[in-house]
Structures are given as C-alpha cells and as structure tokens.
Design a protein around this ligand. Sequence first.
Ligand code: SAM
Length: 248
Amino acid sequence: TAALYIVATPIGNLGDMVPRAVEVLQSVDLIAAEDTRHSVRLMQHFGIETPLRAYHDHSGSDTVDYLIGKIQAGQSIALISDAGTPLISDPGYRIVDAAISAGVKVVPVPGASAAIAALSAAGLPSDRFIFEGFLPAKQQGRIKHLQALQEEPRTLIFYEAPHRLLASLQDMQAVMGDEREVVMARELTKTYETIKRAPLAEMVAWVAADSNQQRGECVLLLRGAVVASTELDAEASRIMDVLLEELS
Ligand code: SAM
C-alpha cells in the first residue's frame, strides 16, 4: 500500500546507510528531500534513480497537499533530510502531521541520528535524557535557555554549529559551573571523529586552544544536575515516616 516513508540516511559515513533505506528509496515513486543537490550524491552512490523533489517545513501548504494527494492516489513517497533522521532538527514535521491527519500511512525506516550515536558513546547516564536541539543563536537567548535547564537532572543533548561551539561551551560554563561534565562528540562516523568528556572549564580551555576542535559537526551533551539530598529531602522523608506510621 502507498505510504509516506521517513528514511534515515548516514551522518557522514556512507557505510551506515541501512539496506532497507536503499530498497525503499529505489522503490518509491518520489523522494522528498531537504536539499535535492545535496541528496544527488547519495542517490548516485547507491544507484537510486527515483525522482527528487525539494521539501522544507516552510514549503507552502500546496507542496504538502500535493505530496499527500499523490500518496492518496496510490503513489509512495520517501522523505529524507541532508543527514541522519528526518524531523530530528530537520524538516518533516509538517508533512508527517498532515499525513496522519489525512489517514495516510507513515512508515519509519530507522538509521543514523547524531544525537543517539553521541549518547551511546558519551559515557553519561543514558536511562533518561532530553534532546534540546540547537540552542538560540544569540548569547542572551542562549544564557536564558541554559538557565532554565540548570537543575535538569537528565542528560542533556544539544546540536551545535561549528562557529558557535566555543561560545556555547563558554555560556554552558557560565551557567552550569566549571565542574559540570560535558561531552563533545564531533565528526561522528567520519575520519576526524572525536569524543571527549571533561569538566566544562577544562573543555572550554581545550577547545579554545585548538581551533581544529572548532571545525565540523558537533553534538554537545551535559551531565544532568546532581540532585543533592537537601534539607527538603530530610523533611519529606520525616513526613513519609509519619504517614507510614499512620497506615500501620
Ligand atoms: N537529522 C540529523 C540527525 O538525525 O542527527 C540532524 C540534523 S541537524 C540540521 C545537524 C546537526 O546535527 C549538526 O549541527 C550537528 O550538531 C549534528 N550532527 C550531524 N551529523 C553529525 C556528525 N557526523 N557528528 C556530530 N554531529 C553531527
């Protein structure tokens, strides 16, 4: 049956393309791509000849209607982004939302995503985490955003652009303190893959001193805030004891 396939593509290393992704991209009628020129190379590499069409979340609703209409008429469409999993800090939300509302089947074809790859090798607690995507580009907004996350106990995952990496790390240090651990996962799956864990003060000094560390794509992860056992906890457990006493 016709469907909208959400297809993950590699985040650097073409060897990470999953076989089902190739099969699906070969067999659908149309591929909606974030940047068709960028995706042409992937298509050539895997011998995929399916026509490409540009899709962004800011494409007009006529584009969304056109694509959904095609699926309703029996054609299958695959959505890809420039790298990794669509919708993860990438276009796709609007068309998936519209597809679901229109009763069109949506099928994920999972593969690489930088956030999950980084988390899996970061050495930070991974049982609970939050994905924050990109921090605001301007410092004032970034600091405010980080302040709101100061007490978050879960591991935090951020995407960052190379030219803002150092500024973001410095703001993280200012808000979270020198000792909070950060992991920089840079150029994952590529030749210069670097994964480093260090306290923020140390990481800022290291990245500032080595401009090579400010190149390429990067995921930043912060250890969550340690929820210290406070007087409040002591009071809470005293109340709990009283309540349990009542129950027995
Ligand atoms: N949809 C993609 C995914 O599933 O990972 C993310 C797209 S987002 C526009 C691009 C950001 O992802 C980059 O700025 C960087 O933070 C991160 N990223 C993508 N590829 C990466 C890689 N090979 N190594 C480290 N970070 C990467």
